[in-house]
Design a protein around this ligand. Structure first.
Ligand code: SDX
Length: 431
C-alpha cells in the first residue's frame, strides 16, 4: 500500500470579486466539489467541464497503475513484463480481484472454482441460435452476458460477499464458453461443451476448434501465447469500458448488466474494436509499396492509423512490445503472417514521421495482436471477443472496488446547457 494522501493547497482568486479560496490538492488532484464554494451568475456553484474526462479522475483505485510517459503498466504493483513472463491468466485474475498473488492452495481453489463453472444454462444455446448466421460475435457476447443476469437473479444481492464472489467466478468462467459458442455459431459449427480436464486457455481453444477428435490437443506454444495475450489484456485502469462498467454499476444494477455495458464500450473501433480495424487496415494497404500513400491519407485527416495512439501512453505501449515478441513464437507454429511486414514497415515509417512524433502516437496493444489472432485462424470479427474475455477479470476488479468504495455514488455528471431557454408552444399553422 502507498503511504497516506499528501495534501497541499491552491489559492484561487476570483477576479470578478477579488475573493480568494483555498483548494486542497490531495494525491495530485483537487476535488471538483471544492469549487462549488465559488458562485457564478445566478448563484449556481462553479463546476468543471471535461469532455471525455481528459483531465478528470472518477475514482481512487489500487488495481492498475500506468505511467504513460514512461510506458509503465503494473497490476497491483507487479510489472506487466514479469507477469507475462511468469504468471498464468487465472493467477493474474486472482491478483487483480484480491490484491495479492495467491499461494498454492489459494490458486488451486480458485482454478477449481472457475473450472467448475464453465458450463452455461442450456437455454443460452437457444439464445445463441436466435442470432442471424452473420451476427457479430461481440454483439452475441454482449447479449449473452446481459442475459446471464436473468439466469442468476440473486446477483442483485451482490453486497453479500459470497453472492458477489459467485457471480465473479461465474462470469470469468463462462465468458470463454459464450465467446467460443459465438464463434462456432458464426462458423455454422456445433457448439463444443467445456472440458474440465483442460486449463483455462486450452479449454477455450478446444471449445473454438475441436471437431470430431475425441480430445482436443492444443499446441503448448499457442496455449502459452494465448495466456500471455490474456494477461496483457486483463486490465488497464480507467479505460472507456472500465468507466462504463463503473458508471452502469454505480446504479446498483447486477454485475452481469454492468459488464455487458463494458462489452458494449469495448466493441467500439476507438477502443477494443481497434484490433479488428487494424487487420482490415493492413489488408487494405496490401503491400509495403502502398504505405506512403496511406500515411499521407492519415496525415490529411482522411482516417486514423488504427492501433496507434493512446489517451495515456505517450510512449510505446509496453503490451505492444510483448505482443510483438509473442508473434515470433506463434509464427513458429502457424507460419509467418505476411501482414507482419506491412505492420513493421508501417510502424517504422510512422515512428519517424513528424505528424506522429509531434502527437506522441506509438503502437498500442491493438497494433500487433490482430496478427497473432489471424495466424491462430480467428476471423477479424472475433478479435475483440478475445480482448473482452480476459478484460472481464479487470472489469470485475474495478466494479468490485467501486462497490466497496464509500466515496462513490451513482454516476450523474453535470452539463453545460447551451440550448434554448423557456419559450411558448407554436401551433402547427404558425411553424
Ligand atoms: C485501447 O484507454 C485505454 O487504456 C484503452 C486500452 C485498454 O487496454 O483498455 O489501452 C485499449 O482502446 C487502445 C486504443 C485502441 N484504439 C486505436 O488504436 C484507435 C486509433 N487511436 C485513436 O483513435 C486515439 O489515439 C485514441 C482514441 C486511442 C486516443 O484518443 P485521444 O486520447 O482522445 O487522442 P485524440 O483523439 O485527442 O488525438 C490527439 C491528436 C489528434 O490530432 P489533432 O486534432 O491534434 O490534429 O492525435 C491524432 C488526433 O487526430 N490521433 C491520430 C491517431 N490517434 C490520435 N491520428 C492518426 N491516427 C491515430 N491513430
Amino acid at each position: 500500500m502507498t503511504e497516506g494522501p499528501t495534501t497541499d493547497t491552491l489559492t484561487v482568486r476570483d477576479n470578478r470579486t477579488g475573493t480568494e479560496y483555498e483548494i486542497a490538492i490531495t494525491d495530485g488532484h483537487i476535488r471538483a466539489a471544492d469549487l462549488k464554494q465559488i458562485s457564478i451568475e445566478g448563484g449556481d456553484p462553479l463546476a468543471t467541464y471535461d469532455p471525455g474526462f481528459v483531465n478528470t479522475a472518477a475514482c481512487r483505485s489500487a488495481v492498475t497503475y500506468i505511467d504513460g510517459d514512461a510506458g509503465v503498466l503494473e497490476y497491483r504493483g507487479y510489472p506487466i513484463e514479469q507477469l507475462a513472463e511468469n504468471s498464468t491468466y487465472l493467477e493474474v485474475a486472482y491478483l487483480l480481484l484480491n490484491g495479492e498473488l495467491p499461494n498454492s492452495a489459494q490458486l488451486d481453489t480458485w482454478v477449481h472454482e472457475v473450472t467448475n463453472h464453465t458450463f452455461v444454462h442450456e437455454n443460452m444455446k437457444n439464445l445463441m441460435h436466435a442470432f442471424r448466421y452473420n451476427a457479430h460475435p461481440m454483439g452475441m457476447l454482449q447479449s449473452s452476458v446481459s442475459a446471464m443476469s436473468t439466469f442468476y437473479p440473486e446477483a442483485i444481492n451482490f453486497t453479500d460477499p459470497e453472492v458477489r464472489q459467485l457471480q465473479i467466478t461465474r462470469m470469468i468462467a463462462k465468458v470463454p464458453t459464450l465467446g467460443a459458442w459465438a464463434f462456432r455459431h458464426s462458423q455454422g459449427k456445433p457448439y463444443v461443451y467445456p472440458d474440465n480436464d483442460l486449463s483455462y486457455a486450452e479449454n477455450f481453444l478446444a471449445m473454438l476448434f475441436k471437431m470430431s477428435e475425441p480430445k482436443y490437443e492444443a499446441d503448448p506454444r499457442l496455449v502459452k501465447a494465448l495466456e500471455v495475450l490474456f494477461i496483457l489484456h486483463a486490465d488497464h485502469e480507467q479505460n472507456c469500458s472500465a468507466n462504463a462498467v463503473r458508471s452502469v454499476g454505480s446504479s446498483g444494477v447486477d454485475p452481469y448488466s454492468a459488464v455487458a455495458a463494458g462489452i458494449g464500450a469495448l466493441y467500439g473501433p476507438l477502443h477494443g474494436g481497434a484490433n479488428e480495424a487494424v487487420l482490415r487496415m493492413l489488408r487494405r494497404i496490401k503491400t509495403t509499396d502502398n504505405i506512403g500513400d496511406f500515411i499521407e491519407g492519415v496525415k490529411a485527416g482522411k482516417e486514423k492509423l488504427m492501433g496507434f495512439g493512446h489517451r495515456v501512453y505517450k510512449n510505446y505501449d509496453p503490451r505492444a512490445k510483448i505482443i510483438k515478441k509473442a508473434t515470433d513464437e506463434v509464427f513458429e507454429v502457424t507460419g509467418k503472417n505476411p501482414l507482419l511486414d506491412i505492420a513493421t514497415e508501417l510502424e517504422k515509417i510512422a515512428l519517424e514521421d513528424e505528424y506522429f512524433v509531434k502527437r506522441k502516437l506509438y503502437p498500442n496493444v491493438d497494433f500487433y495482436s490482430g496478427l497473432i489472432y489471424e495466424a491462430l485462424q480467428f476471423p477479424p470479427e472475433m478479435f475483440t471477443v478475445l480482448f473482452a474475455i480476459p478484460r472481464t477479470s479487470g472489469w470485475l476488479a474495478q466494479w468490485q472496488e467501486m462497490v466497496g468504495d464509500s466515496d462513490q455514488k451513482i454516476a450523474r455528471p453535470k452539463q453545460v446547457y447551451i440550448g434554448e431557454r423557456t419559450r411558448d408552444y407554436v401551433p402547427m399553422n404558425q411553424r
